[in-house]
Design a protein around this ligand. Structure first.
Ligand code: CA
Length: 264
């Protein structure tokens, strides 16, 4: 399993705190990458996204075989566990009322990926000169895009673009999206919070993700451009590229990576 990975979160230019959390880790079999974007007053958003990342990464820490028949259920259960824990705190702690978080999680082996998703953080995949958004936003504007009332670009600039219809902590039960697909050498994945995708259009994201630059450079460029374009929200980007086995002998990539978790 050979991956090149870079992961970073940035407070942006307007917000005082950072409510995004991320996780990036890899073992011999697969990588696990998570972006979570929290919401709620009194720093509750930070707590919600941190809880979501911790519970999901812990639950999935021993899921190594992405082809196993229970992989989907394991991912769904991890998101449900995170939901239950966050929701419980919204009910029992007065200052946590309304707290919640998105979660977009990617498990990636040499031949397969599995995604678990709730909310409007996104996972993109670039392959053969094209980029595709794997996740579908659980948001008000996405529903209007589906109904043909808005284009994707209109949705991105819409004043209600940040209204989400599903998240961790919103209700006692959630329905996470879980799906899988084939992974190949050369594929590049991006996990991003809406502080990134709201500030940079897909065409530019695609240009950067498909460039031959190292993941570190791509992540830095994405965060810098999101800040130049306004930095209205916290910005998180995780870039992962699936490498040739032989490339471990070169010095241009790092594999496997140590666990990384930054927050705030
Ligand atoms: Ca956000």
């Amino acid at each position: 399993m050979h991956l090149a990975v870079a992961a970073r979160t940035d407070v942006g230019r307007i917000r005082k705190g950072n409510e995004d959390s991320l996780h990036a880790s890899a073992n011999a079999y697969r990588g696990l990458f998570i972006v979570a974007d929290g919401m709620g007053g009194h720093a509750a958003g930070e707590i919600a996204s941190e809880m979501a990342v911790e519970i999901v990464s812990h639950d999935l820490s021993d899921l190594n075989d992405l082809d196993s028949p229970d992989a989907h259920e394991r991912v769904a259960q991890a998101l449900r566990d995170a939901n239950r824990a966050v929701f419980e705190r919204t009910r029992t702690e007065r200052d946590k009322l309304g707290m919640g978080s998105t979660v977009s999680a990617l498990l990636l082996s040499e031949s397969r990926y599995v995604v678990g998703h709730v909310g409007d953080s996104r996972i993109y995949m670039a392959r053969d000169g094209e980029m595709r958004q794997l996740t579908k936003d659980h948001s008000l504007v996405q529903e209007q895009v589906d109904a043909g009332l808005l284009t994707a670009e209109q949705a991105r600039r819409h004043p209600q673009s940040n209204v989400i219809t599903r998240c961790i902590g919103m209700a006692d039960e959630i329905e996470p999206d879980v799906f899988d697909g084939e992974a190949r050498v050369g594929d590049a994945f991006l996990l991003a919070s809406d502080g990134l995708t709201g500030m940079i259009d897909d065409r530019r994201i695609q240009q950067l993700l498909m460039s031959r630059a190292k993941p570190e450079r791509i992540v830095d460029a994405l965060i810098q451009e999101a800040n130049v374009n306004g930095g209205n929200d916290n910005i998180t980007a995780v870039v992962v590229r699936v490498l040739e086995v032989e490339s471990t002998n070169t010095d241009r990539e790092v594999t496997p990576i140590p666990p990384v978790r930054t927050h705030g």
